[in-house]
Design a protein around this ligand. Structure first.
Ligand code: SF4
Length: 214
């Protein structure tokens, strides 16, 4: 059964949290599958509770369940696809949810927090499909070079670091806001170097804090 986005952190963790509240936003947890196996990811340390929410799913929710779990989208600053899995691995479902939200409430602001590997996974440029449906992307860059990226993110596919940067450059044409992000304090990660690499590619950068969903 889907749960309302009004689930509050710190209470008895309900089962199958599809939607959860943080920072005045409604976050959507639609899959546990990932293209990365990040060494810093809580789920790879047996921990599925993030900021008071148990994000373990027993199955992937359908479009209507996700819409029901959101409730009233006007109650939130943003609807954010971000759980303990990569949301673009369910791109069709994600975009259909976004389409329905934009149709019923065009002012709804929608963001995806992503690993930026959708083009690598699907073998084509999917970024034009985001146009008009997704307002903002937060792309996990996580390192200033491929060696460090592999060390921390342990991608399942080759060429992931460059693919992520290429995705960001392409997607930047189709959304209003795109930020690449890296986590402050990860071994060897140079936040200034990450920012510089983004600047060289004409992309925005934002630093993140480990275990804080943003
Ligand atoms: S992309 Fe996110 S959910 Fe997936 S392994 Fe990395 S930190 Fe965990």
């Amino acid at each position: 059964m889907s749960l309302p986005c009004t689930a509050k952190a710190g209470k008895q963790p309900p089962k199958e949290i599809i939607a959860y509240q943080l920072h005045g936003n409604c976050y959507l947890n639609i899959t546990w599958h990932c293209t990365l196996r990040c060494a810093f990811c809580p789920k790879y340390h047996g921990e599925w509770v993030v900021q008071g929410y148990d994000l373990r799913l027993l199955r992937e929710p359908e479009v209507d369940e996700i819409i029901r779990a959101i409730g009233d989208p006007t109650a939130y600053k943003q609807i954010v696809f971000c759980g303990l899995g990569e949301p673009t691995l369910r791109l069709d479902t994600l975009l259909e949810v976004a389409r329905q939200l934009k149709t019923t409430q065009p002012s709804t602001q929608i963001r995806i927090n992503t690993d930026g590997l959708a083009n690598l996974v699907y073998g084509e440029d999917v970024t034009p499909r985001l146009a008009g449906l997704i307002d903002e992307l937060s792309v996990s860059m996580n390192a200033q070079n491929e060696a460090l990226y592999i060390q921390h993110c342990r991608p399942k596919r080759e060429g992931a670091f460059e693919a992520m940067l290429d995705f960001a450059a392409l997607a930047n044409k189709h959304v209003s806001t795109l930020n690449l992000t890296a986590i402050e304090g990860l071994e060897g990660v140079d936040i200034v170097a990450c920012e510089k690499l983004c600047q060289q590619r004409g992309l925005n950068f934002r630093r993140r804090v480990l275990d804080i969903v943003g």
